[in-house]
Design a protein around this ligand. Sequence first.
Ligand code: KG4
Ligand code: ZN
Length: 343
Amino acid sequence: MLVLGIETSCDETSVGIVRDGKEILSNVVRSQVDIHKIYKGVVPEIASRKHLELIDAVLEEALREANVSIYDIDLIAVTNGPGLIPALLVGLTTAKTLHLLLEKPMVPVNHIKAHLYAPFLEGNTLDFPYIGLIVSGGHTALFLVKSFVDMDFVGSTLDDAIGEAFDKVARLIGLEYPGGPAIDKLSQYGDPYRFDFPIPILDWDKNRYNFSYSGLKTAILYTIRKIGELSEKDKADISASFQRVAIEALVQKVLRLVKDTGIYKVVIAGGVAANSYLRKRFKEISEEYNLKVIIPSLKLCLDNGAMVAGLGYHLYKSGIVGDIHTDVFARDWFIPRGGRVSL
Ligand code: KG4
Ligand code: ZN
């Protein structure tokens, strides 16, 4: 079965074509980062207009690269949330148009869950259940994955997402947008122990599996104010110290969930999973605790259409379809800010 996946939830316009939920035939991604850089963040209306400009060409390129015709496509999968409403609407409208014109089924896909599917497009296999950790610009959340279509929400950030924290700290020290890759790079030259920023762990009772990043951001703001004019060395040290504690909170929470559930398998996905220190740290943890940790390759960590097509295949096989009334949504109802779900 050939599935076309469309992704326009934020600032990447992407179309991927995937066979049987496994084999990527093409995965074209056009980033709008250069446009949003000027504003130091994604402007939803501009993202939407850019998606509209790019989507036809990206679709054509994906078909050309996969060497298939649009008439060969059996299913159209599309991200319908969470994300920026004006941006999501472009992808969903494209999907609905193809659905009606080609008379092929369409399936709406949750963007966060699609991220967790990315490693299975690279030959990885893992028995259910496993722990899923999403670390992106909009989310920091833990799931118990019982099947590709059945994931229990376990915890999330109470305030900022980890990617958001990377972006905000980068802005505080005058780095370019997006801040994640910039901090990752600069940290290589910094001392991760110069600043003793608090590890945002929260309490182990009420917020056992939740995260919080706004306090850390504030601690960094005060440090910067105290220093005044930042030298290049200060910037690198702040980056490395921030990165160390931001990632350590993930490590501690994942280990807690591993111990509580006895499930020694973890998939980490989303933009921040591209972070080199995160990858190094979880490798150490996996060796120390005999934990199987799967993180997608760098290009599949970021938003892309192939992960949408991949998960869409399984959703469709389990009987889920969309139609002309399918709508977009900005936030997940099952991820309350500050919510707590007991296992
Ligand atoms: O998953 P994603 O592409 O978009 C969302 O769905 O949010 O994630 C984007 C986020 C941004 O906050 C970006 O700064 C962060 O991922 N990011 C990184 C790295 N590469 C991207 N954060 C830390 N280190 C990186 N290497
Ligand atoms: Zn994403």
